[in-house]
Design a protein around this ligand. Structure first.
Ligand SMILES: Cc1ncc(COP(=O)(O)O)c(C=O)c1O
Length: 505
């Protein structure tokens, strides 16, 4: 395990409390045995010179590769992303070798490894974590991206019949993966700033174990560029959510693939000049749940998917060493370990012959500028083409890739209140049907935007009298602004025309 050193400057983080967290484990996680072959393999790694005749690893001399060259943008450019896009920037070649010195030998990268990933890569990511979140007493393991890590976490904590909390609109690709495990989702209300802490508190404090089963002990949340709503949780809310999680003994699954893509950042040039990009970025990036965690209840998931490339299939999980060990055991007996070529590439990129950590953060900062430009373009075109119709509106997102577009359906001639005494707690409007119709119309016009119904988590009807039915709130589309200028202009043009036609029907 790679242990991250305690922070020097987190005076607001109380000292670590040793808590027994085993009560959160699922029955599956409790009975899981270590992979016995990996256990012996790990012993064989410890003493240099040990002759290992025990494992079924192919011999490295028979790997049909001895060198890999990666051509990447030079990080010496003032604005590396712009120079790379324009094709004017310098390039840099970083190489991995099997038989020559490099950051991570292909002998190691291409061999079977430990589920937690290679120490070299974990050390680099622990260093990055430490400089950004400074989490006391946490451990880093690699994953095959956040989807892999999340599904493993669901298995780590979820038993059939368990209830987990989530945002009322959420990344259904992942929440659906928990359903076959028998996990029920309990949606928490949101507003433009994301999950509303008081509603989380209400859900937990009013929980009735007799009628609802075990009280939720896990919160799944996407704090930055919440997928799909694009909201970013303000720091006060994060603090409040963490306190509620402590009060009700809830584990926080912090799924944060958009964390590094923040906009309108006020990065001090003097800080960059004196201390480098990592420190400068760390001072303006949002405060993560991990950075507040002193009793080990946060499992943070980071990914290279949005800041390098999704096909890398590489991410990292940061959590207390007890959970980390259990997750590593699951990996040891399933996907085995993350992608070797990806680990080789990252090692070289973050190593002394590549960008290094600070160069990587320079790239991230430059990427933020480019996505911020695209977001601004999207919002300008949106105001000009769409908002002007008075039929839809949107908040400007502070991070990530998504704009959550609200359609003012109440202005549609066929919008109806359909309250039915036969279905108390059911939808009271035909919002869902109209949105479905609009979605199909846009599709016919050659435009796909994700309808809110794709992400809506239906609550248990009748359980919460303060909640309306979620089908009355699905009058939104998720749109991304990551495309080219042309895609943004054309897409929003189609949206505006389609919307006007639909409202005249
Ligand atoms: C909120 C969220 N979680 C997880 C993922 C999956 O990320 P990864 O590519 O790291 O598996 C995505 C991808 O879009 C996402 O938006």
């Amino acid at each position: 395990m790679v242990c991250i050193q305690p922070p020097h400057d987190r005076s607001d983080v109380p000292k670590k409390r040793q808590t027994d967290l085993s009560r959160h484990l699922s029955a599956e996680a409790r009975v899981r045995l270590p992979n016995p072959i990996k256990t012996i393999w790990k012993v064989a790694q410890v003493k240099p010179g040990t002759i290992n005749m025990g494992n079924g690893d192919p011999h490295h001399t028979l790997y049909p590769v001895c060198e890999m060259n990666f051509v990447v943008p030079s990080i010496d450019e003032a604005d590396p992303v712009q120079a790379w896009r324009a094709g004017t920037g310098e390039q840099q070649i970083i190489a991995s070798y099997k038989d020559e010195p490099c950051a991570l030998s292909l002998r190691t990268a291409l061999a079977y490894g430990a589920g937690a990933g290679l120490k070299h890569v974990r050390d680099a990511l622990a260093d990055l974590n430490n400089r950004i979140h400074a989490p006391p007493n946490h451990t880093v393991s690699l994953s095959l991206g956040n989807a892999d890590a999340l599904t493993k976490c669901f298995r780590l904590f979820g038993d059939p019949g368990d209830s987990f909390l989530c945002e009322e609109f959420t990344f259904s690709a992942m929440t659906n993966a928990a359903l076959p495990l028998g996990i029920n989702w309990v949606p928490i209300r949101m507003d433009k700033d994301g999950l509303i802490p008081s509603d989380m508190e209400r859900a937990l404090s009013s929980w009735d174990e007799l009628s609802q089963g075990k009280r939720p002990h896990v919160l799944y949340t996407i704090p930055c560029s919440q997928n799909p709503t694009g909201s970013t949780l303000p720091e006060e809310r994060r603090r409040r959510i963490y306190e509620i999680a402590r009060e009700f003994d809830v584990i926080i699954l912090e799924d944060d693939p958009y964390f590094f893509l923040q906009y309108d950042l006020d990065i001090e040039t003097t800080t960059v000049e004196s201390y480098g990009f990592t420190r400068a970025m760390a001072s303006v990036l949002p405060r993560s749940f991990l950075s507040m965690d002193y009793d080990g209840r946060v499992v943070r998931l980071d990914s290279f998917s949005k800041i390098l490339a999704p096909g890398m299939r590489l991410g990292w999980v940061t959590c207390n060493d007890f959970f980390s060990e259990k997750l590593d055991m699951l990996t040891d007996s399933s996907s085995q370990h993350p992608h070797g070529l990806g680990q080789a590439f990252i090692s070289e990129l973050l190593g002394s012959h590549g960008w290094g950590i600070d160069g990587f953060m320079k790239w991230v900062s430059s990427l933020c500028n480019e996505y911020e430009r695209r977001r601004n373009l999207f919002m300008d075109v949106f105001r000009r083409e769409v908002q002007v119709t008075g039929l839809a509106s949107a908040e400007t997102p502070k991070s990530g890739m998504f704009v959550w577009i609200k359609v003012d359906l109440e202005r549609h001639a066929r919008y109806r209140k359909v309250e039915s005494p036969e279905y108390p707690g059911g939808p009271v409007s035909n919002t869902a049907e109209l949105m479905n119709e609009l979605f199909r119309k846009l599709l016919d016009c050659g435009l796909v935007m994700m309808p809110a119904s794709t992400f809506a988590m239906p609550g248990r009807i009748g359980k919460c009298p303060t909640d309306g039915h979620i089908n009355d709130r699905v009058n939104y589309f998720r749109a991304t602004f990551v495309g080219t200028d042309e895609v943004i202009e054309n897409g929003l043009g189609i949206f505006s025309r389609g919307l006007e036609e639909f409202f005249s029907l």
